[in-house]
Design a protein around this ligand. Structure first.
Ligand code: PMP
Length: 384
């Protein structure tokens, strides 16, 4: 009997033929592989202090937050984390969401709506793109980091209100947005700047206060930040950070904040402890950047083409998605778990292996990575 979902088989066959089928591979707690695939930039996700804080928060508050933020889902721990995160990045106030994805949807849809303009970088993260789509504002996509195009779009607009939306650090190539110039364009044209600090916090700035802080924009009234608690902070969840009036507006109007159960207490506890660790050890931010540079040098030494890291990420360019999958497998055979990025995460023709550094990568971890990268180079060169 035919089903209205029969088209899924044909769709799956096409994805298979294009090298775009994805498999979930449940991992064990200890894989024996050197992890240069995850986003645990500071190595805090399994830090005993962070894990203990998560457990303690779960014991104190329960396994879940029990309700939406405006009903029972705001614990004292949520409020303290919001205050501490805001203080850390130099913002007036903060608001915790249950993911970075939802923070982006919440901020963009609460601020921008029908009759407004959003100017969006061509390489923005999917969660920013989805926020733009959901907002019903007119969205003008501009070239990657093209400040002149941003300024032109703002100058030529007919809408009164406008927002420029950008990743602080782009998730795939790991390059950083020209934040100071974007802020200047926004100021000149009466627009607000929404910056996603998912890959910036913990990595950029002297003590990991993020790329906005490093660009001298901490506390700037036209800047609204989002962040995730799931990368440098080794936990789960997201946040909006900015002026108090913005946060109050989000509490009243951001649907992903209002209609979502509050972040689980264990994640709040873990993120709060990770932030304490980062404050006590500000050198972790420099350390992850150094380790990323070391990974980049290893890739070059193996004869591969890799993007220059400004933060934690370097990407080894591969080309087609099948090769990326195969070469990620080669890395795993040689003891290193690396990220494999294919469309739709990247445009066609630029699939890549993404290597993410961690502050706690040891010299022996780097030796394993070097072996894996040499094996990749040999396979690419056809000698393995
Ligand atoms: N923004 C960027 C730039 C990201 O890379 C990610 C996660 N990959 C997110 C937002 C979403 O954050 P979360 O995983 O906390 O939902």
């Amino acid at each position: 009997m035919s089903s209205p979902l029969d088209w899924l088989d044909e769709h799956a066959r096409k994805r298979e033929a294009a090298g775009l089928r994805r498999l979930l591979r449940p991992r064990e707690a200890r894989t024996g592989l050197v992890d240069i695939a995850g986003n645990d930039y500071l190595g805090l996700a399994r830090d005993p202090r962070v894990a203990a804080a998560a457990a303690e928060a779960a014991h104190t508050w329960g396994g879940g937050s029990t309700g939406s933020r405006l009903v029972t889902g705001t614990t004292r721990a949520h409020a303290e984390l919001e205050r501490d995160l805001a203080q850390f990045v130099g913002a007036e106030a903060g608001l915790v969401f249950s993911s970075g994805y939802l923070a982006n949807l919440g901020v963009i849809t609460a601020l921008a709506g029908r009759g407004d303009l959003i100017v969006s970088d061509a390489l923005n993260h999917a969660s920013l793109i989805d926020g733009c789509r959901l907002s019903r504002a007119r969205v003008q996509i501009v070239g990657h980091c093209a400040v002149d195009e941003v300024a032109r779009a703002l100058a030529e607009r007919t809408e009164e209100r406008a927002y420029v939306v950008t990743d602080a650090v782009f998730s795939v190539d790991g390059d950083v947005a020209p934040l100071a110039d974007l802020a200047e364009a926004c100021r000149a044209h009466g627009a607000a700047l929404i910056v996603d600090e998912a890959h910036g916090v913990g990595v950029f700035g002297d003590g990991g206060q993020g790329a906005v802080h490093a660009a001298g924009l901490a506390g700037a009234p036209e800047v609204v930040m989002t962040a995730t608690l799931s990368k440098s902070l080794g936990a789960q969840g997201g946040a909006a950070l900015g002026g108090r009036a913005v946060m109050e507006h989000l509490v009243d109007t951001a649907r992903p904040f209002i209609f979502d159960t509050g972040l689980a207490p264990a994640s709040v506890g873990a993120a709060a402890e990770a932030l304490r660790v980062l404050r006590a050890q500000p050198e972790l931010a420099q350390r992850v950047r150094d380790r990323a540079r070391a990974l980049h040098e290893l890739a070059l030494a193996a004869g591969l083409t890799a993007t220059v890291p400004v933060g934690a990420v370097t990407s080894v360019l591969v080309g087609d998605p099948d090769s990326a999958v195969e070469l990620a497998g080669v890395c795993a055979e040689h003891g290193a778990a690396v990220g494999c990025f294919r469309p739709p995460s990247v445009p066609d023709g630029v699939s890549r292996l993404r290597l993410t550094a961690r502050a706690d990568l040891t010299d022996s971890d780097l030796k394993v990575a070097a072996g894996a990268l040499h094996a990749v180079a040999a396979r690419v060169g056809g000698t393995a």
